[in-house]
Design a protein around this ligand. Sequence first.
Ligand code: ADE
Ligand code: ZN
Length: 332
Amino acid sequence: MTTAHPPIPKAELHLHIEGTLEPELAFALAERNGVELPYASEEELRRAYSFSDLQSFLDLYYALMAVLRTEEDFADLANAYLARAKEQGVRHAEIFFDPQAHTARGVPIGTVIEGLGRALDAAQETYGITTRLIMCFLRDESAESALETFEAARPYLDRITAVGLDSAEVGNPPSKFREVYALAREAGLKCVAHAGEEGPPAYVWEALDVLGVDRVDHGVRCMEDADLVARLAVEQVPLTVCPLSNVRLRVIDDLADHPLPAMLDAGLLVTVNSDDPAYFGGYAHDNFTAVRDALRLDQETLRTLARNSFTASFLDEATRAAYLKEVDAHGR
Ligand code: ADE
Ligand code: ZN
């Protein structure tokens, strides 16, 4: 009997937990909570997963969150993700969540954090996956709303490793959130931000210079600015690239044209991630195999991407070193 090769060990650093809501779980939670969905079946919902840009995706992404109401719902969502992540070789996951998308619907922030926390607390034992939580602010909401959200999260900061910035990018530059990022850093949190997905290279500069981010999420549009590429390479600022997402949201026309190889050649610390895998057609390893096939990446390049994922993580040094050893030993 032959056994398939296990997927290479990797860290997932760009993953919206709400973007892991599969149609099957959405319908189960809708039933449990008495929420009516505007789709007759899972198949009909799946047929709506055809996007023209980031906003067309976000409209569906926020609408479907209506089914997430209780601590148990958030725990179930995170457990479903972790079970899939394990199958994909994910050994460490740094997970985004969007508190404002839930508090705006009357779900208390404590319900969200305690629910996710319940699943993450058991993740090491149940799935062999270490985890961190990253609280994102919705950039199309006001700076005041981000500040209120941060204050509401203060009692739970021991569960949160970093703050992030997501949602509709164009017209909502990083500098809008200078104040809340300063507070987060004062509180000892790490900082990341989506920048250079649909937005221009100037937004990546702002994320670095105004917000002081430790990583840039997406960042693919940095390739339009040679000075920016040089800065990112010299400082080894990690970029959490999401190839299947880029194609589905039409940031890139075709996976075969993805700038990932050029980014690696430029000396950037690039990682490969899944973003919203329930919507974009693949989890972490699916993204690895998709870029391998479309861009003809060799085994050593895949190993570099896996190593980068741990290098770019917020893990303690001892755990990082142990995971890097696992990558080096993989397939040898
Ligand atoms: N929220 C969930 N996925 C996102 C993405 N790809 N860009 C911005 N905000 C998001
Ligand atoms: Zn994202």
